[in-house]
Unconditional design. Structure first.
Lengths: 313, 299
């Protein structure tokens, strides 16, 4: 299985967009090597700013740049951009509905050995709670590339989450990508596994394995957390009567919560959730951590079986 | 009489004979600028009276600097708020809506009578500026400490495009206790933003009392200097000094300029001057009467 880190999708898209669109500008906060925009800074020095370790000022400067017609892309680790600069994102950018795009790097526990301080696990919740904000959690390199390009095509703030580690590529360069529209990657009648980000691959692996046991799962990739593709989620709940959500993020406020908000109001069916359970991360290799925090295909399989029992009873 | 009705009545008389121009700067004579500032003060106290709440103190301390800026320096067209050739102003201390809304009204963006709806349910004149409600507002504010970054970002964008438009920002002295202000002071000098001028409203008061008692910021001019800014210190209530200050700021090159305006919070209203209590409180009918007399006399 070919693997590539999603963060390269972000910077590759910026490089390509910049060729034909001189409104694209890039801002970093001393982490341009990690966010992978360093090449952009080299190639387009007049359109790039390293603001230094000053996230609040970076978001404010991006707000100002957007007011001159630019499309600023700011990037740093998701923990810092969503936490340190939350009020700047809320009041200056979202309340004013400014055209600022935020690249949240190092999302999830798979950041690894740096430990809890650097593993963004709350930012989906923080960002999706903001009016005017669009939130995208792409599942692989290609999708991150397309999400980044798509973000420039809509006015207003967008948060794109990407990760540090190389993860399996599950889509193709020509797989369609429509903001706000989920995709069914596998059809099945027993359970809907609805996943985002790195857990989409795990969901596919889980579904394959469950098939051998006679359990047929629908696998859905929801890359746009907000606005959510409610129609698809309700339809799949009606068709399968049970849901498992999967995310590399806190379940509370996160993706599982977002899905259940739709389900309980429209078509209540049993839901089980795979994700971080109200705890911080720690140091370790990405694989060790994904296993220790129950974010693997095996954990999805377990939840699928559990939700099927609940559905029957 | 209800507050709003009395407010409206007071707003309707054009006591100081203010005339709106199709395009600014209007190059007003000193006497006309003075009357313009008087009218702004009148609007500030009447609109806060009308609303029964709001922030007169910090609005009054910046009234002369912004009266001069808006009438005689700022490039803007009231009929076309987003005109390409306009200069930008960012109000980092967003609580001075009584001042901001008055400036728009007195230069003809909308009728002065609108000021009587300040802070009312459904009014475009929100307690703190909101671009979603009032379209001439460039960016919403109200959370302190953020505006200089925004102004710097605009200045960066203008420079990138080689545009001559100027960027002005207003921040409070208490506000400079926010770390982000210093991040922006640092980056504005780093990026050589000589198209940026910051008005620093040095009234030495914040909500809980004197700035120097709560969290001292002195020596502020030295701080800006050591961050590689041009500095100009003026009496923020002296029209000539304000004029000269802005003129000098505009001729400065290579670095951003701060105009440190030594000001009096509540300036122009006897009982409000230098009183922390008048930061965020509206006058009642009796107090309003005294305020209007004080403003008329020009204390
Ligand atoms: C981030 C933030 N913290 C606190 C407040 C509440 N607040 C509003 S005005 C103010 C005092 C501001 O003092 P200063 O900057 O000196 O303003 P001025 O004296 O010019 O009115 C405070 C604490 C706020 N609006 N934003
Ligand atoms: Mg003050």
């Amino acid at each position: 299985m070919e693997k590539k880190a999603t963060r390269f999708g972000y910077s590759d898209a910026l490089m390509d967009m910049a060729k034909t669109d001189d409104r694209i500008v890039v801002l970093d906060a001393d982490l341009s090597k990690s966010t992978t925009t360093v090449g952009f800074h080299k190639k387009y020095p007049k359109r790039s700013y390293n603001i230094g370790i000053a996230e609040q000022n970076m978001l404010g400067s991006a707000a100002g740049l957007s007011l001159t017609g630019k499309i600023p892309y700011v990037s740093t680790y998701g923990v810092f951009v969503s936490g340190r600069a939350y009020d700047q994102i809320r009041t200056t950018i979202c309340y004013s509905n400014l055209n600022v795009k935020i690249g949240g790097a190092h999302g999830g526990i798979s950041v690894g050995p740096d430990g809890a301080t650097h593993q963004a696990l709350e930012e989906i919740g923080l960002m999706r709670g903001l009016p005017n904000m669009t939130v995208i959690v792409p599942c692989d390199y290609h999708e991150t590339y397309k999400a980044t390009k798509a973000s420039a095509s809509i006015p207003g703030p967008v948060y794109i989450r990407f990760g540090r580690e190389a993860i399996p590529i599950v889509t193709k360069p020509d797989t369609p990508f429509v903001l706000g529209k989920g995709q069914v990657y596998k059809d099945g009648r027993d359970v809907s596994i609805i996943a985002c980000g790195s857990l989409v691959y795990e969901a596919l692996v889980a579904a394959e394995s469950l098939k051998t046991e006679g359990i047929h799962c629908k696998v859905i990739n929801i890359h746009t957390i907000k606005p959510m593709d409610k129609e698809l989620i309700i339809k799949s709940a009606q068709e399968t009567g049970a849901i498992v959500t999967a995310e590399e993020h806190q379940i509370m406020t996160g993706f599982g919560s977002a899905i259940s908000e739709v389900i309980v109001q429209n078509c209540p069916v049993p839901i089980e959730m795979v994700g971080i359970n109200d705890t911080f991360g720690e140091s370790g290799t990405p694989d060790e951590l994904m296993e220790a925090y129950h974010l693997t295909s095996n954990d999805i399989i377990e939840k699928v079986k559990k939700v099927i029992k609940r559905k029957k009873s | 009489m209800k507050r709003r009705e009395l407010g409206l009545e007071l707003l309707m008389d054009n006591l100081y004979n203010i005339k709106a121009y199709p395009e600014y700067p209007a190059k007003l004579e000193k006497e006309e600028v003075k009357r313009f500032c008087q009218q702004i003060r009148r609007d500030i106290v009447v609109s806060t009276f009308s609303a029964g709440s709001g922030h007169p103190g910090g609005s009054l301390s910046a009234a002369d600097m912004f009266g001069v800026l808006w009438s005689n320096f700022l490039k803007h067209k009231p009929s076309d708020p987003f005109w390409d050739g306009r200069d930008h102003v960012i109000y980092s201390k967003g609580h001075v809506t009584p001042l901001i809304y008055s400036l728009y009204a007195e230069t003809g963006y909308y009728n002065r009578s609108l000021l009587s709806t300040f802070r009312e349910f459904g009014s475009p004149l929100q307690g703190h500026p909101a671009n979603s409600k009032l379209d001439c507002i460039e960016v919403s504010s109200g959370s302190l400490g953020q505006g200089l970054s925004i102004a710097a970002g605009i200045a960066m964008g203008l420079k990138q495009d080689g545009k001559p438009n100027q960027v002005y920002a207003l921040c409070g002295d208490g506000e400079s206790q926010e770390g982000q202000i210093w991040e922006a002071i640092m980056s504005s000098a780093h990026f050589h933003l000589d198209n940026l001028t910051l008005f620093f409203d040095y009234n030495n008061l914040e909500i809980d009392g004197f700035v120097e008692d709560i969290m001292g910021i002195a020596p502020i001019e030295d701080k800006f200097k050591s961050f590689n800014w041009h500095t100009i210190v003026i009496d923020a209530h002296n029209i000539d000094e304000i004029n000269n200050g802005i003129q000098t700021a505009l001729s400065n090159t290579d670095r951003p300029t701060v105009i440190i305006g030594r000001s009096i919070k509540g300036k122009g209203v006897s009982y409000m001057e230098n009183q922390a209590g008048w930061h965020g409180r509206a006058p009642n009918e009796e107090e309003l009467k005294i305020a209007l007399e004080d403003i008329n006399r020009g204390i």
